[in-house]
Design a protein around this ligand. Structure first.
Ligand SMILES: [Zn+2]
Length: 344
């Protein structure tokens, strides 16, 4: 009887180890799309409205010294006119721009609206082509735009000029009623001073809910709707403490990633000893949505580094714990992972 129990037990052990190694091999090539870049928990971004002096003087230096970026909803008014050279230099530091109309003024008809949108879009694309064609849009506040333009007319203009709308319409920022993880309800306009705790709440929301949360400021330590500098800097310090949890891109980049991810699908079409082939698609238009998604693929034991090739471009990534994390574009062709020899 005792012998029999041992026999059963060892048989179980053998079959268990056989199943587990078999399962491991079967998992090779298994791929998941990270909800946020580099598999971070959430994303937090900073926006700034109106192109103000205090943003150049106070906000940009505090962000830059911590390698943070932001999106500026510029208008050809305030310091954008008087300090144009400084504004145009910002993309070199990773900042980007969004469309807030050309002059932030009242309009008489749809033609004037189109002129305002077109001029701003052309200016941004001319001095920062690297941010891609898609531009975020926010209607100039305190103007008559809402009375002159119907939502359909505005949506038509936004579609024509490749722009994303804050509250609906073409390429909306997440869309009310759609996936709440990316809803504009996670954003807040700062119209006046907030304490550090009030600002921190929005950073924590990104961590606690795994969403994209963002704040849009006006004046920083000066100008209209002023946010005091001290709580703002404390917020940046708090962001630094949470660098391993959160991704801090520009608003435009977070938006592209979120929209691509919403409908992204991947499948592994081929697995061999030295290579894996993966396809990645999304419902988004690749001409507008051109930000790479982070993928994690299970790799055969023995791969130390992995070369990832898509559309003629290759990069090499380290393999950690039998997995490789890498960046590729949806709707841009087959992705090939090959076993790479580590360079010495
Ligand atoms: Zn404004």
């Amino acid at each position: 009887m005792r012998v029999n129990i041992y026999r059963v037990f060892s048989l179980l052990l053998i079959s268990f180890s056989f199943v587990s190694s078999d399962t491991l091999e079967a998992q090779v090539g298994e791929t998941r799309i990270c909800k946020w870049k580099d598999d971070k928990i959430g994303s937090f971004t900073i926006g700034a409205d109106d192109a103000l002096n205090s943003q150049l003087d106070n906000m940009v230096p505090e962000l830059s010294k911590r390698d943070f970026v932001a999106t500026f909803w510029i208008v050809n008014k305030y310091s954008f006119t008087s300090r144009n050279k400084e504004w145009r230099a910002l993309p070199k530091q990773g900042f980007d721009f969004a469309n807030h109309s050309w002059t932030h003024r009242n309009i008489a008809n749809i033609d004037e609206a189109e002129e305002e949108i077109k001029k701003a879009a052309e200016a941004i694309r001319q001095f920062n082509p690297s941010q891609g064609r898609l531009l975020l849009w926010c209607r100039p506040g305190g103007t008559n735009w809402g009375k002159v333009l119907t939502q359909d007319q505005e949506n038509g203009l936004l579609k024509k000029y490749g722009m994303a709308h804050e509250s609906g319409g073409p390429y909306n920022w997440g869309g009310r009623g759609q996936n709440q993880a990316f809803s504009t309800r996670n954003s807040k306009n700062i119209w006046g001073n907030k304490s550090f705790d009030e600002l921190k709440y929005h950073v924590d929301k990104a961590i606690n809910k795994g969403v994209w949360s963002f704040l849009i400021f006006h004046g920083i330590g000066g100008d209209h709707m002023k946010q005091d500098l001290k709580p703002f800097v404390e917020m940046l310090e708090y962001m630094e403490q949470n660098k391993d949890k959160l991704w801090f891109p520009t608003c435009t980049q977070a938006y592209k990633y979120a929209k691509e991810y919403q409908t992204a699908k991947c499948n592994t079409s081929k697995v061999s000893k030295d290579s894996i082939v993966i396809n990645l698609s999304s419902d988004t238009d690749p001409e507008l949505f051109d930000y790479p998604l982070s993928l994690i693929t299970k790799i055969s034991s023995g791969w130390k580094t992995c070369k990832v090739t898509q559309n003629g471009n290759s990069s090499t990534y380290p393999v950690k714990n039998g997995e490789v994390m890498y960046e590729v574009l949806p709707n841009k062709g087959e992705i090939k992972l090959t076993k790479a020899i580590a360079s010495r």
